[in-house]
Write a protein that binds this ligand. Structure first.
Ligand SMILES: *[C@@H]1O[C@H](CO)[C@@H](O)[C@H](O)[C@H]1NC(C)=O
Length: 495
């Protein structure tokens, strides 16, 4: 698109040149040629979004050395999205007063908690303790007219994304029931030990803004989520997963679901985390491990994750802005005094925290024992890939590929439609929040800005944010998966 626009500009100039016989042409020409480095006018044919998306198409290329086998584990489930009021009515539950319950023990608890959150328009997630009652509700939900079933769980979602590359062999370990198995891409291999008789259903009860039930009215649209998910909560597939790697011989391992253990209570997770770390340590040292983090609320749990050395025994992590800030707060890192990000997270601050993680828990110093050398950070408006120098290649393409999939998947399209997306990140930012810092700009025609701090290189690209997103669940998983497909592990230089 940009090429077309500049051709038109050149044509106009040439016409002007012949018409006026202007002697200033070379200078004007330079100005036009230099235009993409400034902010392109959104009104012109080459809008900012068009310029960026066209640049992505030419600049995103697969690395020379690609993965051939990727093993993914260990959380997987079926998301059932259904109208909350509709489902409760179909279950012959009458409306009433709201009351929050920490844990749901019955249909009545479910109703009361649902009403409690619906009248506030707030999101919530709860554990349903009674397995039989839960299975009955899950069956009713899955069969409810208009219910939508989706593949859920970070590992399954990452597996699905990887399986869209026909040359990649994907192994998925996790609690896979019959429904999920049917929904998974044919290319995904599930070891028999991972198959189970019943699916882990996650029920997502939606309500619309202004929707009424009895005397309750929702001030805004939101969702109430609940499950009886013991397999994912205990990461019960982890040992099977690690055991199956010997035979599968992957060249990359992707691990997620560690956040699910937090909900089990301190005693259980302390024990299980130790076992998890010991299982992960059994994975052959030459195989890089990517850990996908997800939302956690327990500071002690987050600290254990870092101290009990889950962080240092993985090579790569993927996280969003909430998880990044929480990580810094839990470990008293940079900007941990911030309670929450306001608006688009400041690039300088994000860069400070990323550097701190790689220096404190990573291999930024070659004499460190840690394996962590790569962080793929994603927030709505932009992504950063931070890598310790010498370990990874093709970072610019990888970060752009992740951003492109965020744009297309949120809009439910196969390719970016520049009219349906917008840039929300500033094109000027700083390499750090403190001093020394470098002032940086993003050139839309070559939309990756790179900078170095210590032994770490940062690659940033903006996201073309979908204006009317269809479904944003699993976006982080798709971004990380795509970023990995385009990343290349460098062979360590022999001494
Ligand atoms: C960067 O790497 C050099 C060796 O290549 C090392 O001496 C130095 O300590 C590292 N810097 C940091 C901040 O880890």
């Amino acid at each position: 698109m940009w090429r077309k626009a500049s051709a038109a500009a050149l044509l106009a100039l040439a016409v002007g040149y012949f018409y006026h016989g202007s002697p200033d042409l070379p200078e004007q020409l330079l100005q036009y040629v230099g235009l993409p480095s400034l902010r392109a006018s959104p009104q012109s044919d080459g809008s900012l979004e068009q310029v960026i998306s066209a640049a992505w198409e030419t600049l995103i290329t697969l690395p020379t050395r690609q993965w051939s086998k990727v093993a993914v584990g260990v959380n997987a489930c079926v998301d059932v999205v259904v109208s909350g009021v509709g489902l409760l009515q179909a279950m012959a539950v009458d409306p009433g007063a709201g009351l929050d319950h920490e844990v749901l023990h019955s249909k009545e608890d479910l109703k009361e908690s649902f009403i409690h959150y619906m009248e506030r328009g707030a999101a919530a997630e709860r554990f349903f303790s009674d397995p039989e009652a839960f299975q009955r509700i899950a069956r009713a939900a899955a069969e409810y007219p208009g219910a939508k079933l989706y593949v859920g769980g970070n590992a399954a979602l990452i597996g699905q994304k990887l399986a869209s590359y026909p040359d990649l062999m994907v192994l998925l370990c996790g609690p896979v029931g019959p429904k999920l198995h049917e929904m998974l891409d044919e290319q995904i291999v599930v070891p028999p030990e991972s198959l189970q008789e019943t699916d882990e259903f996650h029920l997502i009860l939606e309500y619309k803004a202004g929707e009424k039930w009895g005397s309750t009215q929702a001030p805004q649209a939101n969702r109430f989520i609940f499950s009886h998910d013991v397999s994912n909560g205990a990461m019960s597939s982890l040992e099977t997963f690690v055991a199956s790697l010997d035979e599968f011989e992957p060249d990359l391992v992707v691990l997620s679901g560690l956040h699910m253990m937090e909900g089990q209570g301190r005693e259980l997770w302390e024990e299980r985390l130790k076992e998890a770390v010991s299982a992960i340590s059994d994975i052959h040292k030459d195989i890089p491990i990517h850990l996908e983090l997800a939302s956690m609320t327990d500071r002690d749990y987050m600290n254990s994750l870092m101290q009990e050395q889950v962080m240092p025994i993985v090579s790569s992590i993927g996280l969003n802005e909430q998880e990044l800030l929480f990580l810094s707060q839990a470990g008293e890192g940079p900007h941990s005094e911030l309670a929450a990000w306001k608006g688009v997270p400041d690039v300088g601050r994000v860069s400070d925290i990323l550097l701190w993680i790689l220096e404190q828990h990573g291999r930024s110093d070659p004499s460190s024992e840690a394996d962590l050398t790569r962080i793929h950070f994603h927030t709505l408006a932009y992504h950063i890939l931070a890598t310790v120098d010498g370990y990874w290649g093709n970072q610019a393409a990888a970060v752009m590929a992740g951003a492109r999939v965020a744009s297309t998947q949120a809009c439910g399209l196969r390719s970016v439609d520049p009219s349906k997306v917008e840039v929300k990140a500033p094109l000027e930012f700083h390499s750090s929040h403190g001093e020394p810092r470098e002032k940086l700009t993003l050139n839309p025609a070559a939309p990756v800005t790179a900078w170095r701090r210590g032994n770490v290189t940062f690659h940033l690209t903006v996201v073309l944010v979908c204006k009317q997103p269809l479904r944003t669940v699993g976006l982080g998983d798709a971004i990380s998966a795509e970023g990995l497909v385009y990343s290349e592990l460098k062979t360590p230089q022999p001494f």
